[in-house]
Design a protein around this ligand. Structure first.
Ligand SMILES: [Zn+2]
Length: 285
């Protein structure tokens, strides 16, 4: 951007522009406090108090909400001179690449219509429709833009607002895993994409949605088969369920892994499958 150009104005806290960017009301409350205090920035304890006043909730994950705002805005932690470990949080403006990012967010109307048509005006996650279930449908990026996803029709799907919100909340919760997700997405083979993510998050409960995301498979659904194939390579992966409010998340936890076979996991899995069929024929023969 040329130096003499006016900086892009920040959205006001109650604007549609902010609502489109930041879907969680509590995170918008944090923005509101940062926005109102931008000329005299506050310390975290004060920000927390004001946010509690606005939302009526005191137990908010401020770190996560600040991180999520920082994907769009420049909010550094500035040390207060002469005070050790005291920081204020000035809202300085948009992040330098935010322009590009929001530009990428706009999807042409014709593409939107095509996606709604492809999905039969039905949520890809729960199957509900506006007509029968009074849900509102939105276009969702399967691989989020922040993870290198594009506006390509291949990367777009239809979700109801509730499932879209749940997905965004899940990613907000896993902001720290973004480098691991990016790394996995860059790998050529599906078993490696899943396996390397599990290794990076070893011992943790990894929600199925994250596995499906890095798997990038046509059916977008059930990773059970790939998990079975990894297990056939000697990996120990446990299934578990995690309660999250009203929902139960299906998760996987890696307990043991083996090095990748020299011929690559895909070839190794295919080899094992052929051997299994041969021995079955032999037993039956
Ligand atoms: Zn849904």
């Amino acid at each position: 951007m040329p130096q003499d150009q006016e900086p892009r104005p920040l959205p006001t806290p109650d604007s549609q522009e902010l609502q489109d960017l930041v879907t969680e009301a509590e995170t918008r409350a944090v923005y509101q406090v940062l926005y109102q205090s931008r000329n005299e920035p506050l310390e975290m304890t004060a920000i927390r108090e004001y946010v509690a006043e606005i939302t009526g909730k005191s137990n908010l994950q401020m770190d996560r909400r600040l991180r999520s705002l920082r994907t769009h805005f420049n909010v550094p932690a500035e040390r207060i001179p002469d005070k050790r470990n005291h920081f204020v949080y000035p809202l300085l403006g948009w992040k330098p690449d935010a322009d590009k990012r929001t530009a990428r967010k706009s999807i042409p109307g014709s593409v939107r219509a095509l996606i709604f048509q492809t999905y039969g005006n039905r949520c890809a996650a729960c199957g509900r429709t506006p007509k029968d279930d009074q849900v509102k449908l939105v276009i969702d990026h399967m691989v989020p833009l922040d993870l290198g996803g594009t506006n390509d029709p291949d990367n777009l799907q239809v979700l109801c607002e509730e499932d879209n919100h749940n997905k965004q909340a899940l990613f907000a919760e896993h902001q720290d895993d973004v480098p691991a997700l990016r790394k996995s997405l860059s790998l050529p083979e599906v078993h490696m994409r899943i396996g390397e993510l599990l290794k990076n998050m070893a011992g943790e409960e990894v929600p199925k949605e994250l596995i499906v995301l890095v798997a990038r498979e046509e059916n977008h659904g059930d990773p059970t088969k790939r998990m079975r194939e990894l297990r056939s390579l000697g990996w120990i992966i446990k299934n578990s369920k995690r309660r999250k409010g009203r929902r139960v998340l299906s998760c996987y936890r890696l307990e043991h892994w083996e090095p990748w076979p020299p011929e690559g996991p895909q070839a190794a899995v295919a080899g094992l499958e052929r051997a299994r069929k041969r021995s079955k024929r032999f037993r039956e023969g």
